[in-house]
Design a protein around this ligand. Structure first.
Ligand SMILES: [Fe+2]
Length: 194
């Protein structure tokens, strides 16, 4: 029988009352300054939004983030949030966000008949075939929220459609126990390097 030692902790939710909420969300994010570079084959406000809608997004996603925190048995803070817009031919290369914590993707403008969800790379090699495994979240549509460990490599296939594909990405950092927190140094633990 199977006896798994580890699981891959990913989570998926649908935003309630999405059509109504979507209008307010788009009003909030469409006014930003979006840029693209040689390394960013897409438009994003990540470098320009000054994290100014983190609190708005935390409130917007509060019901789903509460469910996530309960299921994952974790308390988190959103540390960054940004919007990414993929026009025809735009894509994103394989990357991850950091070594710990969770990252989320909210699908804001997304046509499942044209667009593909973010593709995730399995953190371990398939032991039966010695190959890399890739997986998509299932049944993704507008209003879907997907959360996975930030260390997971992921990428976005080129948008082949004429309609843009818009997502909001964000990072969640768990609150560490006091003994692990970098903010809980005692005076005597400080090392004077001067
Ligand atoms: Fe990413």
């Amino acid at each position: 029988m199977k006896a798994p030692l580890f699981e891959f902790p990913s989570y998926q939710y649908e935003i309630d009352d999405w059509e109504f909420k979507k209008k307010g969300l788009l009003n909030r994010i469409n006014n930003g300054k979006y840029i693209r570079t040689n390394l960013q084959i897409f438009e994003t406000d990540r470098q320009t939004n000054n994290k100014k809608y983190i609190h708005y997004l935390e409130e917007f996603l509060r019901p789903e983030l509460l469910k996530f925190c309960q299921e994952a048995k974790v308390n988190c803070q959103m540390t960054d949030a940004w919007c990414v817009r993929y026009y025809k031919g735009d894509h994103q290369i394989v990357h991850n966000h950091r070594g710990w914590g969770f990252s989320g993707i909210l699908y804001v403008e997304f046509d499942p008949s044209i667009h593909t969800p973010t593709c995730f790379v399995a953190p371990w090699q398939d032991p039966t075939t010695d190959t890399t495994s890739l997986a998509f979240p299932q049944n993704v549509k507008e209003g879907t929220l997907f959360i996975a460990p930030s260390f997971t490599h992921h990428f976005v296939h080129p948008n082949t459609g004429d309609e843009r594909r818009v997502v909001i990405a964000f990072d969640l950092l768990p609150n560490l126990p006091n003994h692990q927190s970098i903010n809980s140094f005692r005076e005597c633990d400080n090392i004077n390097l001067s």
